[in-house]
Design a protein. Structure first.
Length: 304
């Protein structure tokens, strides 16, 4: 899918000099050098491939960024403006383009974004089996409400995708409802998931967690709900609603560690009431998606 949105020069370097399976992220900044997250480390993109020197890097300009956004929107920015206002566009294959620029406000609401200054293209990869070490702690004695914790870019979405596949394979009765708000986990296109999330899975995409969870429970009778990036009070309240309906929830959150999580404004009640009984902490060392600890509702380590 990168061929669809990137200049031929950049695509040729990627195809000829890099291994796509190790390419996780591309960052384009106006009048600055292109950087690459390659196999968990950052480099500058050069004519010869990768370089540690900024002086070797290829520079992006404003037109460069505009062209990427226009192509990603299928030459119709209007149709994706709501996503642009939310700060990202997701294209086929689950590739998410994060957007920085000048936000235009009208009557207290974001109307659009102009003068794009930076784009972050995150490239998903299937890593089947990466969640196997997490499966037993999450399903020990029944499925636990579980939260995967890590800073951005350490493999939470990849881990959730594989956990979805593994949970759904436990049997025909393990119906999973996947809330894929940003279309990154399953990367559905035309109602068909482009990435393997398992057989017994129903997917609601491009919908807030609050709306999707309430509708999904009523209509699909899930045993487990899986969703990414709990970030707001509404997200937490939606999880509470699901749990109160007897549905188990496996989700993720941005935090550096357990202490960061404890300081999050909307998580104090969830922690106090032991909403989650498993916390899985990820690290990017030695590789993205590495489990560094699994804890119970009292934050006592239960598995290593």
């Amino acid at each position: 899918m990168l061929k669809k949105i990137l200049p031929a020069k950049i695509v040729n370097i990627i195809e000829q000099k890099l291994n796509y399976e190790k390419l996780f992220e591309l960052r384009f900044r106006s009048r600055r050098k292109i950087s690459v997250n390659y196999d968990g480390k950052f480099y500058y993109l050069s004519e010869k491939g990768l370089s540690n020197s900024v002086f070797d890097g290829i520079e992006a300009d404003k037109q460069f960024l505009n062209d990427i956004i226009v192509k990603a929107s299928d030459y119709s920015l209007y149709t994706v403006n709501r996503n642009v206002c939310d700060g990202f566009i997701t294209i086929n294959g689950g590739i998410r383009i994060g957007i920085a620029g000048e936000y235009v406000w009208e009557n207290g609401e974001i109307k659009t974004v102009k003068n794009f200054d930076g784009l972050t293209i995150r490239i998903p990869h299937e890593a089947k089996g990466c969640a196997e070490k997490l499966l037993r702690p999450v399903t020990d004695g029944g499925i636990h409400n579980s939260l995967i914790i890590s800073p951005p870019g350490c493999g939470k979405t990849t881990m959730l995708r594989d956990m979805c596949r593994l949970i759904s394979s436990l049997g025909a009765g393990y119906n999973v409802l996947l809330i894929d708000e940003r279309c990154e986990i399953a990367a559905s296109s035309g109602g068909i998931p482009q990435l393997d999330v398992g057989n017994n899975v129903d997917i609601i995409s491009n919908c807030t967690k609050e709306a999707a969870i309430l509708r999904g429970i009523r209509s699909m009778n899930p045993r487990v709900i899986i969703t990414d990036e709990l970030a707001t009070k509404d997200d937490i309240e939606a999880v509470y609603a699901a749990v109160c309906c007897g549905v188990k929830v496996i989700a993720s959150v941005h935090a550096a560690d357990i202490y960061d999580l404890m300081n999050k404004v909307y998580f104090d009640r969830a922690i106090k009431h032991r909403l989650f009984t498993r916390y899985a902490l990820l690290s990017d060392k030695p590789s993205i998606g590495t489990l560094s600890g699994i804890y119970d509702e009292n934050f006592s380590e239960v598995y290593r």
